[in-house]
Design a protein. Structure first.
Length: 251
């Protein structure tokens, strides 16, 4: 299930990707063509098939620079840029929890660790390093999401009659969730920042992919049996990136 992004796909004959200045390059074994994704806060990702030549990636980006800038401008008009700031509190509507964040600096520390005391997340160590703090907060979110998602997904699996083999929780940059051919459901910990209804819908959506690995009419009919309001919820997800805090640096 994709997250919000404007995407340009063009066919190209291609043949080791290399980072392009100003862009991130992601090699995909499933990609059959080059594509460019522009995310709401301006991040640009170039998705390429395996063994794509770096020079070809650069040429592809340069040929579509105007499209990229127009997409960035459109997003900028809809969303006022927010300055980066480490959080003093974190609100997670999907699980109806609020946490305070406390920073304990250790001048001799080389890393940042986290511990949870009640509803307070305590970061300790080299907390003057913002990047290390964000990494620690992401580890906390992933661990919390795994604990919160697991019983919900298990219950919905039983309700829908759609089994799965494994739950994975990550901070995907390009999707809210996915279901692999091996039976692994991957859910984004950013879903914690959405409403509980959106979290439930994404779980149902991915569970139904266990029966239909596509978005056919049969698939949507199955989803509709368990979530009649799926059309609205699915459309909402295109705009839910606005609820993800800037400090996470994902959308």
């Amino acid at each position: 299930m994709q997250s919000a992004a404007t995407q340009l796909n063009l066919f190209s004959e291609t043949v080791e990707p290399d980072p392009v200045s100003g862009f991130s390059v992601r090699e995909s074994g499933r990609a059959k063509r080059l594509s460019i994704k522009v995310f709401p806060r301006g991040r640009v990702e170039v998705v390429v098939p395996k063994r794509t030549r770096p020079a070809e990636v650069r040429a592809f980006v340069e040929a579509h620079r105007d499209w990229i800038e127009n997409a960035r401008a459109t997003f900028a008009a809809e969303h006022v840029p927010e300055p980066f700031a480490l959080p003093s509190s974190v609100h997670l509507p999907a699980i109806e929890r609020n946490f305070c964040v406390r920073y304990e600096r250790d001048s001799g520390g080389k890393s940042v660790r986290y511990r949870v005391v009640g509803n307070t997340v305590v970061l300790s160590g080299r907390t003057n390093d913002e990047s290390l703090c964000v990494t620690a907060l992401k580890r906390w979110l992933a661990a919390l999401a795994k604990r919160e998602y697991a019983p919900r997904l298990k219950s919905l699996s039983a309700m829908t009659g759609n089994p799965y083999k494994k739950l994975s929780v990550r901070g995907q940059r390009t999707c809210w969730g996915s279901h692999s051919s091996t039976g692994t459901i991957s859910l984004n910990y950013c879903l914690l920042f959405l409403d509980s209804a959106h979290l439930r819908y994404v779980m149902i959506h991915e569970l139904c992919h266990g029966r239909y690995m596509n978005h056919s009419r049969r698939f949507w009919s199955l989803v509709g049996q368990f979530e009649p309001d799926y059309r609205r919820l699915d459309k909402d997800l295109n705009h839910c990136w606005k609820r993800i805090p800037t400090w996470l640096g994902i959308y």
